[in-house]
Each structure stands twice: as C-alpha cells, then as structure tokens.
Write a protein that binds this ligand. Structure first.
Ligand SMILES: NC(=O)c1ccc[n+]([C@@H]2O[C@H](COP(=O)([O-])OP(=O)(O)OC[C@H]3O[C@@H](n4cnc5c(N)ncnc54)[C@H](O)[C@@H]3O)[C@@H](O)[C@H]2O)c1
Length: 278
C-alpha cells in the first residue's frame, strides 16, 4: 500500500448490503486496503460469496446475516463486530432496494417498505456506529494544563468514518421515484445532520450518491433494452458509460480513509457527469 492515507490496516469496517453489487465491491476493496471487514446483509448465501472473495485475496471477513430494517438485529451485529477488535472505524450503510410506482398509484405498504429499508435501515446503522465510535474512541492522554506543568501529548487522530448510500435520484427526480427518492433525500438529511452532531467527536459522515451503476439491482429494473450500453444514462454521461460497482467502491474507500480527513457532511457524486449540481 504505497499511499498510506488509503491504508486501513488495523481498522475495523462494517458494510451493509455486502452480499451484492456496490456493497460487495466496497467490502472487497476495504479489505484490500487492509481493514477487517464485517459484511452484513439479509442474503446469507451472498455474504458467504463475498467473504470467500475477501479471504481468497488474503483479507479478513466476518459475516452477519440480518435485516437492516430491524434495529435490534443491527445493534447486535455491530456490538458483535466491535467486540472482536474493540473498535469500529468505518460504517458503510449501503443496503437498499429499488422501488418504482407513480405517485397516484403508491400504496402505504410501498412507502413503508422503502422507507423502512432505505432510510430507517441506514439510520439504525448510523446510530449504532456513532454510539460505538464515541464509546471506543482513543482517549487523549498526557495533558497537564491543570497542574500548569505545560507538558502534553497530541490527541490521537480519531478515525471514525460513516458513509451512507444516497442516489443520483435526489438530484434528478423522475417518474416513479417518489418512495425511493424520498428515502434517499432523507438519507442525505441524516448525513448532514449527523455530521454536525458527531463532528466534535472526530467522526466524519458523508454520503455517496451514485449515478446508474451496473448491479443486480439495475439488472432487475432494466426496463430499457441495452440500458447499460446504449440507454439514456450512457447518452447523458460525458464519459459515455454507466458505472461499475468498483467505481463506487473507490468513492467509499476514499471517504473511509484518512485521504478524506477534512471531508464531512458532503455528498460525493460518482455519476459519470450525468448531473452536475454545485
Ligand atoms: N445500482 C445503482 O444504479 C444505484 C444507484 C444509486 C444508488 N444505489 C444504491 O446503492 C445501494 C446498493 O445497490 P446495488 O445496486 O448494489 O443493489 P444490489 O441489489 O446489488 O445490492 C443491494 C443489497 O442490499 C441487500 N438488502 C436489501 N434489503 C435488505 C435488508 N432489509 N436487510 C439487509 N440487506 C438488504 C440485498 O440483499 C443486496 O445484497 C442501494 O442503497 C442503492 O439504492 C444504487
């Protein structure tokens, strides 16, 4: 690892949605950067596949089958993950589902399901992570101003980084995106609010808002022929392509690492230039 700012050796990361797509690519890359990675998802088979990828590459992985919409399950899994190493450095709350329905046809159960997973699932992970990071953060030592002797040692650099997964849907809108977009907008608000509240503890909170990424999620909701190679997102991108999970994993690694030590409360948009909000 020649770029030490990206080196996560000795750190503990917890990744939700790690059984597939962006979450799997992020878990694999964080492990490649040296982190012990705790992979959480409701898809147990997919978790085993991700853990095998990590271990085969020489990394360390643990799996936590869970439903992110269940606060108790999330709290227990984060506690278990933290007990092993005594620390939590990175939370990447990536699990989510797609849903599309016109506003006039949207049912209560649609709204509840999407908000429960895509917003509350992220909230529970953020709360569990922030509480743990605050409780386990390194203590400053050696300050002796009370006695006036004037000797002190620097406060240890805190490493807590929380990363949420928003979406380009919050920038562009679009038919059918009421539930999904509302949940992702709530994730952005959560990210900014939490960043202001836990910043004094040295914890950073940032969102990633990907454009169209080729994953099982977009494969399932591919309503346009050849969308990944010729669709509107390809035509709208100055780069002329859709994203790959690894494109987003690199954004996650950047926000997880010390390379982004002065970045908090921000939305990083790896979207191929499809939207350029300022
Ligand atoms: N693919 C894209 O174009 C795109 C764009 C913007 C944002 N995103 C966001 O990125 C995230 C990952 O999406 P992806 O494209 O990799 O999708 P994916 O379907 O490949 O992966 C999502 C993962 O989340 C897990 N999951 C879903 N509900 C869960 C629950 N209740 N509890 C635990 N795990 C659960 C699934 O089992 C799956 O492994 C999502 O939050 C999605 O909204 C994706």
């Amino acid at each position: 690892m020649p770029l030490t700012a990206y080196d996560l050796t000795g750190r503990t990361a917890f990744v939700t949605g790690a059984a597939s797509g962006i979450g799997r690519a992020s878990a694999v890359l964080l492990a490649e950067a040296g982190a012990t990675v705790h992979c959480a998802d409701r898809d147990e088979q997919g978790l085993h596949e991700t853990a095998t990828l990590i271990k085969t590459a020489g990394g360390t992985a643990h799996i936590h089958p869970l439903d992110v919409a269940d606060r108790t399950q999330v709290d227990q899994a984060v506690a278990t993950a933290t007990a092993a190493t005594g620390r939590l450095d990175v939370m990447a709350a990536i699990a989510g589902i797609m849903h599309s329905s016109p506003v006039l046809e949207t049912r209560n159960e649609d709204l509840d399901r999407v908000l429960n997973i895509n917003f509350k699932g992220v909230l529970y992970a953020c709360q569990a992570a922030a509480r743990t990071m605050i409780a386990t953060k390194p203590k400053a030592s050696g300050t002796s101003s009370a006695t006036g002797t004037g000797t002190s040692t620097p406060t240890p650099t805190p490493t807590g980084s929380i990363i949420t997964m928003a979406s380009g849907a919050v920038d562009t809108g679009g038919p059918g995106l009421l539930c999904y977009g509302a949940a992702k907008a709530a994730v952005v608000q959560l990210t900014k609010t939490l960043a202001t509240e836990v910043g004094p503890h040295g914890i950073r909170v940032n969102a990633v808002a990907p454009g169209w990424i080729r994953t099982p999620m977009t494969d399932r909701h591919d309503t346009e022929a050849q969308v990944h190679t010729e669709g509107i997102m390809v035509r709208m991108s100055p780069l002329g392509r859709v994203g790959e999970p690894e494109d987003i994993a690199h954004a996650v690694l950047h926000l997880a690492s010390d390379a982004s030590a002065f970045t908090t409360g921000q939305i990083l948009r790896p979207n191929g230039g499809v939207a350029m909000p300022w």
